[in-house]
Design a protein. Structure first.
Length: 101
């Protein structure tokens, strides 16, 4: 699981029936700044996730990948490798707020 920021969305008019009705988001992975540990930095890595929460562009989200992405009640029969499972409100590191929604 990792934190990512929604930077866009994807439209696919031709897709499997099991994917119809699901929003596909472009998410950029983030990490804690290793030097200062007081901010989040983009990693430069992006991926497409299946949105189960109604999140939108600009939100920081928790993303689950791999076989774990298919372990939610919503995604157990959907061929997905990445799913948003939470919208991040706050990130705390070493007693400091690194991110606040």
């Amino acid at each position: 699981m990792f934190i990512g920021k929604i930077v866009g969305s994807t439209i696919a008019t031709q897709k499997l029936d099991s994917l119809r009705g699901w929003k596909l988001l472009v998410v950029e992975a983030y990490r804690v700044d290793p030097a200062s540990k007081n901010s989040l930095l983009p990693t430069g890595r992006t991926l497409i996730t299946l949105d189960t929460l109604g999140s939108g562009e600009g939100d920081f989200v928790l993303v689950c990948q791999g076989s774990s992405a298919r372990m939610t009640p919503e995604t157990k029969v959907i061929p997905t490798d990445a799913v948003t499972i939470g919208i991040v409100d706050t990130v705390n590191m070493n007693g400091k707020v690194v991110f606040q929604r």
